[in-house]
Design a protein around this ligand. Structure first.
Ligand code: ADP
Ligand code: MG
Length: 324
């Protein structure tokens, strides 16, 4: 049977591309190559970081679920989130690729750009170009370039014994999108459910927190495909203590308890919170500076990410978001 993207999977594809192009990547001032949240390279005494993320209609969103303004904001914030993952990096220039059907109302596109603009103003990012094409569905491809202002924190750097830290709460966005799939946008939602949906539609990059965390962290990423996958990206072996995973009171209510909330937190997608590792002796100082972080586990020399609830190991089922 012919291999497809679905049977091979996203990770295997990226690994293959990375290997095929490995030799071409050397000797061009590359600091961080394919496989991290951004590509980083040195030029003119500076380090620049580049990321690209796409949003596709009917894959990442449905038009009825999200306003064009929020769609523009989200397309920007998820890219700023990848820039934040690299530590202390200031986003600077953005390019917007937009594909849309010919009968898309101009008003829709204008509102989408209102959203883009508001985030450009928020982070002082300059819209620097893009491309506009006709397509059957809305396709958004954002390329964002940032300038490193301090140490670059990659996904590789965690040491045995480091604590695993996270910002804010997990699971809201994954629960939010599940509600949208179940009931659509017009349903009469409870206020807690509305909160979860707003977390799905209006993510906010943790740029300021990242700057502070970068002074302490040994590795970092942003959670786009669930907390479990994020931790797996940073450490081959780790123990997570589920009691310590922060979940919102809204998720606890809607999911109906902690156990179900934890499933969303570990395996739900699109939280865009930071996941990082910190040497134990530095952890308390960072927590003092950023009370909104939680330490949820530690890196160890085992070959597996395990998670415990009430002292008992839970079965590790791979339930993270699969792109194919
Ligand atoms: P993130 O979720 O942080 O955006 P991804 O999982 O999308 O990261 O990508 C992981 C790495 O693989 C990144 O370095 C990204 O640039 C690279 N990558 C993803 N898709 C491709 C592709 N089609 N060609 C080359 N590199 C890719
Ligand atoms: Mg990322």
């Amino acid at each position: 049977m012919e291999k497809t993207l679905k049977t091979a999977g996203e990770f295997a594809l990226i690994e293959k591309i990375k290997k095929d192009f490995a030799r071409l990547q050397t000797g061009q001032n590359v600091s961080v190559g394919i496989g991290d949240d951004c590509f980083c390279f040195k030029t003119g005494g500076q380090t620049l970081c580049v990321t690209k993320d796409m949003l596709i209609e009917d894959v990442h969103f449905k038009k009825e679920w999200i306003s064009p303004q929020d769609l523009g904001k989200k397309a920007m914030e998820v890219n700023v989130s990848d820039i934040a993952s690299m530590g202390n990096v200031k986003p600077e220039y953005v390019f917007i690729g937009l594909g849309a059907p010919a009968d898309t109302p101009l008003k829709y596109v204008e509102r989408f750009y209102e959203g883009i603009k508001s985030v450009c103003l928020k982070y002082s990012v300059l819209l620097s170009g893009g491309d506009t094409v006709k397509s059957d569905k809305i396709v958004i491809s954002v390329t964002l370039i940032g300038k490193a202002c301090g140490k670059i924190i990659t996904r590789n750097g965690a040491k045995n014994g480091d604590l695993i830290g996270v910002t804010n709460t997990f699971g809201d966005a994954g629960a939010g999108v599940e509600l949208l799939y179940k009931h659509g946008a017009k349903y009469k939602y409870l206020k807690e459910e509305k909160y979860l949906i707003s977390k799905q539609n209006k993510p906010e990059a943790r740029l300021l927190q990242a700057r502070i965390i970068s002074e302490f962290a040994t590795s970092m990423t942003d959670a786009s495909d669930g907390l479990f996958i994020s931790v797996s990206l940073l450490a081959k072996g780790a123990d997570l203590f589920c009691e310590k995973i922060p979940v919102s009171k809204e998720l606890l209510k809607v999911a109906g308890g902690r156990q179900k909330s934890l499933e969303y937190a570990l395996f739900g997608s699109e939280d865009y919170e930071l996941v990082f590792t910190v040497p134990q002796k530095r952890a308390a100082k960072l927590k003092k500076l950023l009370p909104e972080i939680s330490y949820i586990g530690c890196v160890n020399s085992s070959k597996k990410v395990r998670y415990f609830y009430d002292g008992k190991e839970q079965k590790t089922v791979y339930r993270g978001y699969k792109h194919f």
